[in-house]
Every structure is written in structure tokens, then in C-alpha cells.
Ligand binder design. Structure first.
Ligand code: PMP
Length: 365
């Protein structure tokens, strides 16, 4: 059965990656073992993890003064790891958080356990855009500034990197990592769960500038201590070996496709095509995000009216499913429709969705 998977995550993986994993499942590199059965300290696994790091460094052009960690605990684990490692950078134990959606709001809840949080942007009644920089209140004494580059639920994506005037910048890139080139040197820490653009759930990438290591609070669990993990090449304890293997295959695939530049071009093509139909539908489809901060990865919209006609939306989901297009339901907290267009979703698959959008409107408006 052939389907097009628009899930927000865990998300579609490239077919070629799954096929390689399948062919190597029972006998990896003539070891007679599956990758799952390899020791995390074996020569074969060492090759897998160093190869993944090398490819990630190459794809994102990561400067040498940054460490790359492969961690468990998901993006949510990093909501705690970030303040546990960085809140104490300055004596005031205060951090700036730019809240533009549910994920950055959740990160605040965690950070408040470890220090003071200054909310940089005015509280928003709904998450549909990014307030102008002239409305921000950055605290020059903050230990770090935190933001989420792409709010997966609301489809709000930063089209720029915030300026922090020297305060370390921390970014949750869970849902747009590898979708565009990034100037890593602008960041103190970047983290991202793998299960959207990079692999399967269970491994989280952390990219951290070396001078920020060794500042963790004494009560920081060892598994989240960036310095300990960096000092042990992510192998202080057993790493999520199979997930790192899949991540490595995805990174190789991205390289073969033409790297993040190509992923970015595709993301433009796919998201523009979908937004164009939505915007030209005379109010049949209604985008929920302001044009200047629309995500290229997650496109949320309502059908029938701005608030959404649930009957029509359910019908849309049903007919989409009949056409092999699945996992289009908006997040349970916001409703509506959300089409996630991650790297593994091809331009042709996005075009098929665009055609479906047109056909559905023609049939039901
Ligand atoms: N940040 C973002 C932007 C996310 O989309 C998600 C999960 N969807 C998280 C953090 C939380 O990640 P996890 O579920 O891996 O803890």
C-alpha cells in the first residue's frame, strides 16, 4: 500500500534509508549481527557514530570549536538540560525566552524550575506570528537567550536568527534542522530531536560551543551534563545506537540529494505551492499564520472559515486518506489541518497534495 505521510513527527523517512536499514537488519557489515546487537564501544559502531558526526559537521559546516552530542531524552530533555547547564553562566540566574508557540512555552515551564525567566515578547493571545523586534525586551544580564526556530504545532518559523548582542543564543531546531543552511557560529547551543527531519525518535542532537561546557549546576544529572557527554564523545553511557545508525543513513541521504541547500530549495517549492492554493482559495482554505513567519515545514490551515468548519475538515481528512494522504490532522490543541513537508517528502508528493486541495475545493465549496 502506497501512502504519502504528512505526519509532524515521528515523520516520513526516505524510502532509500529504510531499504538500506532493511537490507542490513540481520547482518550489518558482515558482523552476523544487527546494529541493535553491536556494542556501543565496538569498532563497527564507532564507525557509525563518527561517520554521522562527520556528515553532520559537513552538512551544517559546524565550526571546530563546537562539540556535537547524540543524546537521549528528546527535545523535552533539552528543555531541562539547557537551564541545568547554562542558567549559572551569570550570577543573576536569569534567562531570556522568546515564546512563539507551545514548544517554547513548555521550555519556559522547565527553565523556571532552575532560575528566573524573562519572557522577551509580549504574551500572545494566539500563536500566529513573531512580534516585531522593537517589542522585545532582551535582558543584557541574561545567561542565555532561548527560542524555537520552528514551532511545529502552530507552523510559526523564524525567517532570521535573533540578535542577542553577545548573550549566548540557544535554539530548538527540532522541526527544521537540515531544512536550510545555518550559520552555526551565531549560536551557543542548537538542539534537535531526530524524529522529524533526521531519523527516528530516540536520539537528540546537541551542538554546543566549547566555551559553554563545564558550567552545569552541581545537581545536573550526569546524562544531561554537556561537558561529561562531550568529554566521552556521547558514550559516557550507552548511546541510542540504532537511532544513531538511522540518523547516519539520513545524513548520507541528504548529502547525496545535494545537501541542505537542496533541501532548502525543495522546502521553498513545497511550502509555496501549498500556501498558494490556500491563499487563492477565496476563503475556502484559511492560513492561520502571518505570511512573514510561515513555516516551510508545517503548514496549518482551517477549512470553511477562519475558525474552521469541523464537519468539512473531517471530510477533508477522510477523503485525503482515501487518496493515500495521511496524518494531516492538526495538533489536538489547535485542531484544523496541518501538512508537514519535511525533507523526506518529495516535491512531487507535495504537488499531489496541491492537486488534492484544488479538487477538494472544487467538489465541496
Ligand atoms: N521542540 C519541538 C519544536 C518539537 O516539535 C517537539 C516535539 N514534537 C519537541 C520540542 C519535543 O520533543 P520530544 O517529544 O522529542 O521530547
Amino acid at each position: 500500500m502506497s501512502v504519502i505521510n504528512f505526519s509532524a513527527g515521528p515523520a516520513k523517512l526516505p524510502k532509500a534509508v529504510l531499504e538500506t536499514a532493511q537490507s542490513e537488519m540481520l547482518n550489518y557489515n558482515n558482523t552476523g549481527l544487527s546494529v541493535m546487537e553491536l556494542s556501543h564501544r565496538s569498532a563497527d559502531f564507532t564507525k557509525i557514530i563518527t561517520g554521522a558526526e562527520k556528515n553532520l559537521r559537513e552538512l551544517l559546516d559546524i565550526p571546530e570549536n563546537y562539540k556535537v552530542l547524540f543524546k537521549q531524552g528528546g527535545g523535552t530533555g533539552q528543555f531541562s538540560a539547557v537551564p541545568l547547564n547554562l542558567m549559572g553562566l551569570k550570577p543573576g540566574r536569569c534567562a531570556d525566552y522568546i515564546v512563539t508557540g507551545s514548544w517554547s512555552a513548555k521550555a519556559v515551564q522547565e527553565a523556571e524550575k532552575y532560575g528566573k525567566v524573562n519572557k522577551v515578547v509580549p504574551k500572545l493571545s494566539k500563536y500566529s506570528g513573531i512580534p516585531d523586534v522593537d517589542q522585545w525586551t532582551l535582558n543584557p544580564e541574561a545567561s542565555y537567550v532561548y527560542y524555537c526556530a520552528n514551532e511545529t504545532i502552530h507552523g510559526v518559523e523564524f525567517p532570521y536568527i535573533p540578535e542577542t548582542n553577545g548573550v549566548p543564543l540557544v535554539c530548538d531546531m527540532s522541526s527544521n534542522m537540515l531544512s536550510r543552511p545555518v550559520d552555526v557560529s551565531k549560536f551557543g547551543v542548537i538542539f534537535a530531536g531526530a524524529q522529524k527531519n533526521m531519523g527516528c525518535a530516540g536520539v537528540t542532537i546537541v551542538i554546543i560551543r566549547e566555551d559553554l561546557l563545564g558550567k552545569a549546576d552541581p545537581q545536573c544529572p550526569v546524562t544531561y551534563d554537556y561537558k561529561v557527554q562531550a568529554g566521552n564523545n556521547s558514550l559516557y553511557n550507552t548511546a541510542p545506537t540504532y537511532n544513531i545508525y538511522i540518523l547516519g543513513l539520513v545524513l548520507q541521504w541528504v548529502k547525496e540529494q545535494g545537501g541542505v541547500k537542496k533541501m532548502s530549495e525543495n522546502a521553498d517549492l513545497k511550502s509555496k505551492a501549498v500556501y498558494e492554493v490556500v491563499d487563492n482559495s477565496n476563503g475556502f482554505y484559511n492560513a492561520t499564520v502571518e505570511p512573514c513567519s510561515r513555516s516551510r515545514m508545517n503548514v496549518p490551515f482551517r477549512i470553511g472559515s477562519k475558525e474552521g468548519n469541523e464537519t468539512l475538515e473531517n471530510l477533508f481528512l477522510e477523503e485525503a486518506k482515501q487518496n493515500g494522504m495521511i496524518q494531516l490532522k492538526g495538533h489536538r490543541s489547535v485542531g484544523g489541518i496541518r501538512a508537514s513537508l519535511y525533507n523526506a517528502l518529495s516535491v512531487d508528493e507535495a504537488r499531489a497534495f496541491v492537486q488534492f486541495l484544488k479538487d477538494f475545493q472544487a467538489k465541496h465549496q
